[in-house]
Every structure is written in structure tokens, then in C-alpha cells.
Design a protein around this ligand. Structure first.
Ligand SMILES: Cc1cc2nc3c(=O)[nH]c(=O)nc-3n(C[C@H](O)[C@H](O)[C@H](O)COP(=O)(O)OP(=O)(O)OC[C@H]3O[C@@H](n4cnc5c(N)ncnc54)[C@H](O)[C@@H]3O)c2cc1C
Length: 425
């Protein structure tokens, strides 16, 4: 066996992103995946490259980064993306009224050119029911239509693996790392379940929800995750023609995501304690999701369904669950006496590339090689990164307040499905 420049542990979207970047930088890399690539958390996402609408009021920087990545992938791999229109209906008595939902979309529209989305429009109740048959009409005050992008996740996984292997990388499936041996202050080798030893100059732990477990194999104790469980319902048969945003269990906004021959509904967002392998879907979670769906699309909710579960590997941070940052974090275990060992956690499917680039920059530093060229940030359309980032929470919240006030005085904005669909990007 050769001594690799880099061994990546975990073949989810995070590990594949690192593996692909390593190939482009000319490193001799190996990816160690305990099952098949992209079959764990990455396989049970909502399958969207989205612009982070949920994070916009408190973390516009992450939203901007997600939109920039959509723009890049649309240029490089348009075959993997499909435009997906979503409806956000607002019913009488809801906490978020039509004015505030519209103001949120006014702010989201700032990023629309960047992510290649059409500007949102408001639909009357009659029009919303006409474009999404089966949508509950009773109590409907109005609906906002907007765009996201559906991604072919298995296609993306295969494409990243292919280009890394074409660049000389080795991908080992069914290669669970069960031990990491440490010699003279660095990780020397990974031992696989079948006893093989993989030697490398640097090691990256990208094991997603299992990252704490894998870090402990080398004696590293600083990786702490705040795992959040996400359950989707999967409903077979013809999907609805458009996606939908609606209040799920506990009032948290969730989505209806049309796929080829099925519809995914969710995800929930609950704490998960205990080992990642113990995560499962309870009958109660499934029933709560089904009941929430029955308020907006009763016919869809009446079909047979199954539940699927995934865990968000969010780096530990204090604070309310709905305010957690989705930025990725790199733990450099040099601080714990392991000079060549890194862990990456957090991030989104949408941000796999910046995650990979950040990790690669640290790996190259450890190998004593020059930093690689980064995806140019200035070439994109939209707000400058520095402006969004610098403002942080204050800018995000301030922008939303501005749009809420402007809405109150400036009225309803763009209206009608034909106005929404006429604008091609
Ligand atoms: C329900 C849900 C919905 C989401 N929806 C979206 C979305 O629509 N859009 C978006 O941008 N983001 C979404 N996300 C966020 C994001 O997609 C995930 O956080 C991300 O896919 C996690 O990828 P990962 O590579 O970190 O983890 P994983 O995909 O879990 O990869 C980790 C890999 O490590 C392997 N592994 C573990 N232990 C070992 C070991 N000892 N040896 C070798 N290999 C090992 C596992 O088999 C696994 O393949 C969603 C997250 C969840 C939970």
C-alpha cells in the first residue's frame, strides 16, 4: 500500500467535496467509506440546492454563500439541477402574516439574480388552488410563489467520486475505519475493519454525524456535535406539480418536495442524543407530519407513506435550535497534539465546495504546499460578500425590518402566476 498525501474518512457530501478538491490540487488521496458513498445523511436530505431562506433573518452570510454555490453549479453542471417553484400559502390566524412573508421574500429577492431564481410574486387564493390542485382553499389569505433548485443527489455524488478517481484518487467502499494509530504526535495509519492499514501524511475526518466517534479513535476530544434529527415522510405516486412551504409539527416551517415518482415531506428538527446509528423514525413523528400535511394537502396526506431519518452534524453551539449557524467548522487537532489530523463538520449539501476548499487549504498547509486558487468571489452577481458578512446578524435583521416597513407603505408588489413565470432567468 502507498503512503497517501491525504486519507479522507467518510464519503458523504463533505468527504467527497474534500476528496474532489484534493484530486484537483494533485494530491494522492484515498477516501475511506464504511458503506457506499453518499448513502448516509447525504441520501436523506430534502434534495435541494436552496438559498437558505430559513437562515436569512439571522445569517445572511450563509444564505449568500449558498446562493453563490448554486450559481457556480448552474454554470458547471446544469444537468444536475432542475428549477423547482414553491408556494408559501398564508392562512387566517397564522403567526407569520402575508405582509411579513412577502417582506422576507423581498429580502430573498436580493439574492435571486445570484441563484438564478425568478423574483417572487403573490397569488390570489383562487390562483394558488388552480396552480396547485388539492391545496386547501378555506381560510387562505394569499400565497407567495418563489424558486429553488432541485439537485440530482446520486448524480452529484457519482460525479464528485468520478472526477476525484480520474485525478488519481482511490475510493474504498465497505472500508470502515475502526482504529487510528498515533505515533510521535501525528496519526500514522487508519486500520480498517478487515485489518488493512492505510498510511497517509494527513487525515481528514468527514464522518458527518459519526465525526465525534471517529475523532475519539485518535484520542481527540474536542469535536462536539449538536446532532439534530430530521425526519421526512416519503409518499409514493405522482408528486404535486410544485413544492410547498407550510407549518409542520410545532409550527416550524417544513416543505413538500416533489421528486420523480414520489414526494418528500419534512424535515423535522429535533435533538438527538445517543449514538448516530440509533436514530430511527417513531410512529408519533410520522403521524405528526402526516397530520400537519393534511391541513394543506389532505389528498396527498391520505396516501400510504414511510418515514426516513437523517442527523444534521452541526458543530456544538449554544442557543435556540432555530438560530443555529449552518456554517461548517474545521477542528484542527494540532491543538490536541495530533499535528496532521483535521475534522470537518456542519455545512450544507449546497456548500460542499467551499467546505472542501477550506479543508484542502488546511491540508496543504500541513503538507507544506502553497494554498490553491479559490473560486472567484467577485465575479458573481448580487450583493458583495464582504458587505453581507460584515453586517452579520444586525444586517440580516435590519434588512428584514426595512423590507417589512417598505411593504407596509408600498403595497402588494408583483402579482400573479403569469408575472412570476414570465420572467425567465
Ligand atoms: C433531514 C435533512 C435534510 C437536509 N436537507 C438539505 C437540503 O435540502 N439542502 C442542503 O443543502 N442541505 C441539507 N441538509 C444538510 C446537509 O445535506 C447534510 O448535513 C449533509 O449531507 C451531511 O453530509 P456529511 O457528509 O457531513 O454526512 P454523511 O452524508 O452522513 O457522510 C458521513 C459518512 O461517513 C461515513 N462514516 C461514518 N463513520 C465511518 C468510519 N468509521 N469509517 C468510514 N466511514 C465512516 C458514513 O457511512 C457516511 O457515509 C439536510 C440535512 C438533514 C439531516
Amino acid at each position: 500500500m502507498p503512503v497517501y498525501d491525504l486519507a479522507v474518512i467518510g464519503g458523504g457530501i463533505a468527504g467527497l467535496g474534500v476528496f474532489e478538491c484534493a484530486g484537483r490540487a494533485g494530491l494522492k488521496a484515498v477516501l475511506l467509506e464504511r458503506g457506499a458513498p453518499g448513502r448516509a445523511t447525504t441520501a436523506v436530505t430534502s434534495g435541494l440546492l436552496h438559498g437558505g431562506l430559513r437562515y436569512l433573518p439571522y445569517d445572511a452570510g450563509t444564505s449568500w454563500l449558498m446562493c453563490r454555490e448554486i450559481s457556480r453549479l448552474r454554470r458547471e453542471r446544469p444537468d444536475l439541477l432542475t428549477r423547482q417553484a414553491f408556494l408559501w400559502p398564508v392562512y387566517r390566524g397564522e403567526r407569520l402574516g402575508l405582509g411579513l412573508v412577502s417582506a422576507l421574500h423581498d429580502e430573498y429577492d436580493l439574492f435571486a439574480p445570484l441563484r438564478g431564481a425568478r423574483l417572487h410574486a403573490r397569488l390570489s387564493p383562487g390562483e394558488a388552488v388552480a396552480v396547485l390542485p388539492g391545496l386547501k382553499r378555506e381560510g387562505l389569505l394569499g400565497t407567495v410563489a418563489f424558486d429553488e433548485w432541485r439537485v440530482d443527489v446520486p448524480g452529484l455524488v457519482a460525479s464528485l467520486a468520478r472526477s476525484a478517481v480520474a485525478a488519481g484518487g482511490e475510493l474504498l467502499e465497505n472500508a470502515r475505519v475502526r482504529a487510528l494509530s498515533v505515533r510521535a504526535g501525528s496519526v500514522a495509519a487508519a486500520t480498517l475493519e478487515d485489518g488493512r492499514e492505510i498510511e497517509a501524511r494527513t487525515f481528514v475526518n468527514a464522518a458527518g454525524p459519526w465525526a465525534e466517534e471517529v475523532a475519539r479513535l485518535a484520542g481527540a476530544a474536542t469535536v462536539r456535535l449538536r446532532l439534530r434529527k430530521g425526519v421526512h415522510l416519503v409518499i409514493g405516486g405522482e408528486p404535486p406539480p410544485h413544492g410547498l412551504i407550510f407549518p409542520g409539527p410545532g409550527g416550524r416551517r417544513i416543505g413538500v418536495y416533489p421528486r420523480l415518482a414520489e414526494t418528500w415531506v419534512g424535515p423535522t428538527d429535533e435533538p438527538h442524543d445517543g449514538p448516530p446509528d440509533a436514530a430511527s423514525v417513531t410512529a408519533r413523528e410520522q403521524e405528526d407530519l402526516r397530520r400537519s400535511l393534511s391541513f394543506v394537502l389532505p389528498d396527498l396526506a391520505a396516501r400510504p407513506c414511510r418515514g426516513v431519518v437523517g442527523l444534521r452534524p452541526i458543530p456544538h453551539q449554544a442557543g435556540a435550535a432555530f438560530l443555529l449557524s449552518r456554517e461548517h467548522h474545521i477542528f484542527d487537532h494540532a491543538a490536541e497534539g495530533l499535528s496532521n489530523f483535521l475534522t470537518v463538520a456542519g455545512g450544507k449539501l449546497t456548500t460542499y465546495r467551499p467546505m472542501g476548499e477550506d479543508v484542502l487549504a488546511s491540508v496543504l498547509g500541513k503538507l507544506g504546499r502553497p494554498a490553491p486558487e479559490r473560486a472567484a468571489e467577485g465575479e458573481e452577481r448580487g450583493l458583495p460578500w464582504s458587505l453581507v458578512r460584515a453586517g452579520g446578524l444586525a444586517a440580516s435583521a435590519g434588512l428584514l425590518s426595512y423590507f417589512a416597513v417598505r411593504r407596509a407603505f408600498a403595497g402588494r408588489g408583483r402579482e400573479g402566476w403569469s408575472a412570476f413565470t414570465a420572467e425567465e432567468r
